[in-house]
Design a protein around this ligand. Structure first.
Ligand code: ADP
Ligand code: MG
Length: 336
């Protein structure tokens, strides 16, 4: 994957250059611009911030406050821990989870992204040079450093990340000889989850102790699949593994979501794979399909979430529906 090696501070400014116009903000709240302005004038909503030209603006961290004043519940009522996993590589785990998490942070959800892959792709998808971070999850899981010390804040105040790079790779070996080696991530997260609404993890495509830790620490499993035969086979292996985990640890996910990625409906193989998934995994398969979109691939290579790179692309549209469907946000209260 191509990446930019911009220093954090530079990129973090891009992430943080996040203000909403009254129109965009009203749309996120599910009301009209006029309603927003009227309610501010009446004092039912707090007054907007003003820039040097006296124009109104809002920030992502205002969203939950305004929802509260409108009598709406928070977008995510209690913390959810979600894991993007598939033992097959290249299905879009890193790309889609980066934009998914970034978008929710943009929508005011306090989000922690955790990169579980020593290749650091999630980190890179956010435009961060993964090599610049001396600390990864390794330091917290193995060396017992406080997790707060390895969390990187971005300029988007609702978005934090635990980055990854090759420093994470000895984690498998180190975990192996530790006590309660399968539950260390779950315990670690319990110390920070009060600070977040969403903890989103991007796994590497492997079966190992770190991924087992991630599974046992999550509420929801999110599985991107491609519409081809190998992906279908990969899914079978994944579900077999999950049933072993269920037996060994009496653990079941609260939710499992499967979605098709890089879908092209003009390809016969895509349609056939979709039908096979509908037949065999109906219970888990989401209605949302993420279409093949070169804008998604370009955004990845630039290290920019699709919502910054091409806000009105079909990729952005599809990832927004994925978010809405998974979190049950269907309705008026988000940006279209
Ligand atoms: N919907 C899509 N349309 C086009 N390209 C995509 C799409 N989803 C992912 N990609 C591209 O596929 C490649 C693999 O994605 P990646 O997120 O790295 O997969 P994984 O993390 O599962 O290994 C990346 O180059 C990414 O940009
Ligand atoms: Mg990946």
């Amino acid at each position: 994957m191509a990446t930019q090696s911009l220093p954090l501070i530079q990129k973090a400014q891009i992430l943080g250059d996040m203000v909403y116009s009254p129109m965009a903000f009203a749309k996120i709240l599910g009301i009209s611009r006029q309603e927003l302005i009227d309610k501010e004038a009446k004092g039912t909503l707090p007054p907007a911030k003003r820039n040097s030209r006296r124009e109104r603006f809002y920030r992502p961290e205002d969203i939950n406050k305004y929802r509260h004043f409108l009598g709406l519940p928070p977008l995510i009522p209690s913390v959810r821990k979600q894991l993007f996993l598939n033992f097959k590589g290249g299905t879009g785990k890193s790309t889609i989870s980066a934009s998914y998490g970034f978008r929710l942070a943009q929508m005011g959800v306090r989000t922690l992204l955790i990169d579980l892959d020593p290749q650091g792709h999630l980190t890179q998808c956010l435009g961060l040079n993964s090599q610049q971070f001396p600390k990864t999850l390794f330091n917290a899981l193995i060396e017992k450093e406080e997790i707060e010390k390895i969390v990187v804040k971005t300029d988007l105040p609702t978005l934090d990340i635990i980055p990854s790079n090759l420093n994470l790779s000895p984690v498998e070996l180190s975990l192996f000889s530790m006590n309660s080696r399968e539950f260390r991530l779950r315990r670690l997260l319990s110390t920070v989850e009060k600070n977040y609404d969403l903890i989103l993890m991007d796994a590497s495509p492997s079966i190992g102790l770190l991924n087992l830790n991630a599974i046992l620490a999550s509420n929801d499993l999110i599985i991107p699949v491609l519409a081809d035969f190998l992906s279908y086979h990969g899914l079978k292996i994944l579900f077999e593994t999950l049933s072993t985990i269920e037996e060994d640890f009496a653990f079941v996910f609260e939710n499992i979501f499967i979605f098709l990625n890089r879908y092209n409906e003009s390809h016969r193989i895509c349609k056939r794979s979709k039908q096979a998934l509908e037949t065999h995994y109906e219970k888990y398969l989401l209605n949302t399909v993420i279409r093949q979109d070169t804008k998604i691939a370009e955004a990845t290579s630039q290290g920019t979430p699709i919502f910054l790179f091409a806000q009105s692309s079909k990729g952005a549209e599809d990832i927004q529906s994925l978010i809405d469907e998974i979190l049950g946000l269907k309705g008026a209260d988000h940006v279209g």
